[in-house]
Design a protein around this ligand. Structure first.
Ligand code: UDP
Ligand code: MG
Length: 324
């Protein structure tokens, strides 16, 4: 029998954990697969640790990973994925904004052979207007500047097969992360399921607009090198404008009387600004290359190798090569 691992990252969620646990058990009890629940306690300072320990003591299918301190949502999810042992893994938040009732549908998709199941929000009941608008703009900008196309309104509620999880475990170990982006960039057979995000069941959101903005800028820089190229593009633009200005100033000097030193200042300014921006742009190009190397993302991910040659064929080929 196959097994699903449900990974839940939790930080100071004492008010919702009991309700989450009972909804998870209700959803998992009607599934075809066996289950394990991996709770990642991301350095909570409320009574979450005690509540989670209680679940693990009562139910051997519950694992609790206590992190040494608060590392943030993404790190907690990665820890959960690392320790999950199921054939399929579902990541979700603890606050019930990601309703456990969708779990059977996700398992159906795994049964159909899907590796990546992205849960896409249709309505965000609990979302603030500002936050929803900011999220829309963020995805539009990201999709415009990045070579990857990301599912708009995708959330940190997703399913991944064990082989996709292995890629995250071994290949995507960057410190600057965007987990749902990594998940979507793996490839394999992917599907989306639409869902209605619920209101937070209790407690309060941990992410302010400023924290989300900082996160958005980091992601943009992580998935697009356009910001680094601004230097070279503006340098080229400044050079073109500068050339026009230089020609114009020279004509003015020859044909009309202009204050002494004016032309020299204009020519020097245009030249130096263009040079500075172009040099900055070139440095940007090098940093882009260094960044790509340091990130060490996989160059490719093999889905399957089809090789219908028999052992005899291989030996024959090898012998022929040797003779040559
Ligand atoms: N979370 C976490 N570590 C943190 C902050 C949040 O594990 O440092 C968890 C939190 O308990 C919740 C999920 O990440 O299960 C999403 O957090 P939150 O609901 O505050 O964010 P939002 O849903 O508004 O994006
Ligand atoms: Mg939430």
């Amino acid at each position: 029998m196959k097994r699903i691992s449900v990974v839940v990252s939790s930080y100071n969620e004492e008010l919702v954990l009991e309700q989450l646990y009972s909804e998870l058990l209700a959803a998992l009890s009607i599934c075809k697969w066996d289950y394990e629940i991996v709770f990642v306690n991301d350095g909570s300072i409320d009574s979450s640790g005690r509540i989670l320990r209680g679940f693990a003591e009562r139910n051997p299918k519950v694992k609790v990973i206590n992190l040494s301190r608060n590392f943030g949502h993404e790190s907690a999810m990665i820890a959960g994925i690392d320790y999950a042992a199921g054939d399929g893994i579902i990541c979700m938040d603890a606050d019930l904004q990601h309703p456990p009732r969708y779990i059977p549908e996700i398992i159906e998709k795994f049964e159909e052979g899907c590796d990546i199941i992205s849960m896409v929000r249709t309505k965000n009941k609990g979302g603030r207007l500002m936050k929803n608008m900011a999220s829309d703009i963020f995805y539009k900008v990201l999709n415009h500047f990045s070579s990857m196309k990301f599912e708009e309104n995708a959330s940190d509620f997703f399913g991944i097969s064990n082989r996709a999880a292995d890629i995250l475990r071994h290949e995507y170990r960057e410190n600057v992360r965007f987990l749902r982006g990594f998940v979507q960039s793996i490839g394999y057979k992917s599907e989306t399921i639409k869902y209605q995000a619920e209101k937070r069941a209790g407690g309060k959101c941990h992410y302010s607009i400023i924290r989300l903005f900082k996160f958005a800028v980091t992601i943009l820089c992580g998935f697009s090198d356009i910001p680094l190229k601004i230097g070279i593009y503006s340098g080229i633009f400044a050079s073109a404008c500068g050339m026009i200005l230089i020609v114009y100033s020279c004509i003015m000097k020859i044909c009309f009387s202009v204050p002494s030193g004016y032309t020299t200042i204009i020519v020097a300014l245009c030249f130096l600004f263009s040079l500075t921006l172009i040099v900055l742009g070139i440095i940007g190009e090098y940093i882009t290359i260094i960044l790509a190397e340091v990130k060490n993302r996989p160059i490719y991910i093999v889905e399957e190798i089809l090789d219908f040659r028999t052992v005899n064929d291989c030996e024959k080929q090898y012998a022929e090569k040797k003779e040559d």
